[in-house]
Each structure stands twice: as C-alpha cells, then as structure tokens.
Design a protein around this ligand. Structure first.
Ligand SMILES: [Zn+2]
Length: 306
C-alpha cells in the first residue's frame, strides 16, 4: 500500500450524473440495496467507436497506476467499496448503501485482496462505532461533507488503512517470513493496531505476495549486486570503479522507490530507509562470502561516504 492523492474536484461524471442522483434517492427512500447500479459506480459509458468503457475503473486505474490499492501488485482492477455497501461482516450494520456512488469510497483492488473468503469482502472493523445513514445527515438531508471518507474515518476510526487518507509508512513494515518462504508484511502499531489489522483483513501475507516480494529483491537487488561484484572479482573493473558502480546502483534503487508506477514501492522504500532494514531483508539473500562487503558499502552509501 502506498499513499495516493485522488483529485476530489475531478469526479467521474457518471458518479454525479442526474441518473446517479435519482438512483441514490431511490435507494435511500426504499433502503433497497438491490437497486444499487454497478453501471453507475463503474462509470459505464459508450466510447466513440461504439464499444463500452468503465470511466470510474479507468480513472482509478490512472490514479493508482494500474495497481491494487491494498497490495500494490499490478492487476486487473475491480472496484472496491472501502465501506461495504451491502452489509458489514460480524455486525448488525446493514452496509453503507448511501456511499455506493461516493468517489472517496471507491478504490481499485485486485481480486485476491477483496474476495469473499480470504480477502476483505464485507469486513470493516472500527475502533469507535459504525456510523449510520442518520449520522450522515444534517437538517434531514444527506450531508455531502459527511459522506467523505476523511470525515467518516475521523469519527469511526476504522482499522483498515485508507491509502488516500493514511500514510502506510507509519503503520507497516516488512520482515523475512518465519517459514522463510519470502517477505512478509507486518504492523508497527501493535497486534490490534491498524497495520496488523489491514494485513489480516486483506490477507496481505498470502503465499503469492510473500514470493513476489522476495522475487523483487532477488531480481532487482541481488542480481544487480551480483553483476557488479562479478566484474570486480574477475578483475574486469578496478576498486574505484566498483565503488562508483555500487554508488550508482544504490542511487538508482533510491530513484525507483519514488516512481509511483512501480510495484511494491512501500517495500522499496522500507529496504532503503536504513541500514537495519537493508541488513534484515537483503543481506540474508546474498552469498555468505559477499554479505560483509555489501553491508559495508550500503552503510557507507547511507553515511554519504561512498
Ligand atoms: Zn491486491
């Protein structure tokens, strides 16, 4: 998960169309959630060539660079209602049906993070209390300020992080998986904190993610280091060149972590944040004979001595 900025002034027209306003009114009056139209929250439209498009899916795809809001893998995008529209699992709450077309409630996710049975689905635990439709009204009318995720999050204190409101760096960390299968993600704010809960709600330690995070380290970091070390040990480059190549390599990794189109940018940031993280996640994946020298070079890089 990475922090994402969504333009709240640039809402897909389908979400604020007369059709959406009428449909929402109808849903509110009847409280019939079967009247929620997926064509509206997906932003169905007809393209110039006559084919069908999904404007909301396309916009979320652009904002999130084709990545899942929760796991940061590049994926086919499905629209997820951050606050479930139909029901809230393990509660008597009937779902936030009045937020079915609310822009700040719509996130792009992969199938796995949001699936029923093993994904987020209708889970939405909060620290305070789940707000109701009545709580979002002012003078008997739905208040447009009270349907925004920022207002609701302040009042409910949900355990699931919202990538457009929260800074995931403050809540999440990475470590080598206990079964040594790969890299797992963990919470920084205690077992009942928002980091841990987000990981468990979205199942962010499923096997494929553990492997894919480790693949990133092996493909991008381990192999890069091996290439430079190989040239040095064969005598193809001098010690000075080796030093400058290593510096350039670390600088490139530092640049990559800021590029929002890349996958796993939170992991990229975490690894490079300090020597301790690099030592914990990268060094054990290197051949034992190379571990000390690479750690020393990374320490020098962080100290500005490389
Ligand atoms: Zn995902």
């Amino acid at each position: 998960m990475r922090k994402v900025v969504k333009d709240l002034e640039n809402i897909p027209t389908q979400l604020v169309s007369q059709d959406a306003i009428d449909s929402l009114q109808n849903i509110i009056e009847t409280q019939d959630k079967s009247l929620i139209k997926s064509d509206i929250y997906r932003g169905k439209y007809i393209k110039l060539d006559g084919s069908k498009g999904d404007a909301v899916v396309e916009k979320l795809h652009d904002i999130y660079h084709g990545k899942c809001a929760y796991c940061e893998e590049r994926t086919q995008i499905y629209i997820e209602h951050y606050r479930p529209k139909g029901r809230v699992q393990s509660t008597k709450h009937g779902g936030y049906y009045w937020l079915c077309y609310e822009w700040t409630n719509l996130l792009p996710t992969c199938h796995e993070c949001n699936k029923i049975g093993g994904g987020k689905a209708d889970q939405f635990p909060v620290k305070n209390k789940h707000l109701t439709f009545e709580d979002c009204k002012t003078n008997q009318k739905l208040d447009t300020a009270k349907v925004k995720a920022s207002y609701l999050n302040k009042n409910e204190a949900p355990l699931l992080l919202h990538p457009e409101i929260d800074e995931p760096k403050e809540f999440l960390a990475f470590e080598i998986d206990v079964n040594k299968k790969g890299i797992s993600i963990t919470g920084l704010d205690g077992i009942n904190g928002r980091g841990f809960k987000t990981v468990s709600i979205c199942n962010l330690n499923r096997e494929s993610l553990l492997f894919n995070r480790l693949d990133y380290i092996n493909d991008n970091i381990k192999n890069g280091i091996r290439k430079i070390l190989g040239l040095y040990s064969k005598g193809s480059i001098s010690k000075e060149t080796f030093k400058s190549e290593m510096k350039e390599f670390f600088e490139d990794l530092d640049k990559d972590k800021t590029i929002s189109t890349k996958t796993f940018t939170l992991l990229r940031w975490f690894i490079l944040e300090n020597v301790e993280n690099f030592q914990k996640l990268v060094i054990p994946n290197l051949p034992i004979k190379d571990q000390d020298i690479i750690l020393a070079y990374f320490k020098a890089y962080k100290n500005g001595d490389l």
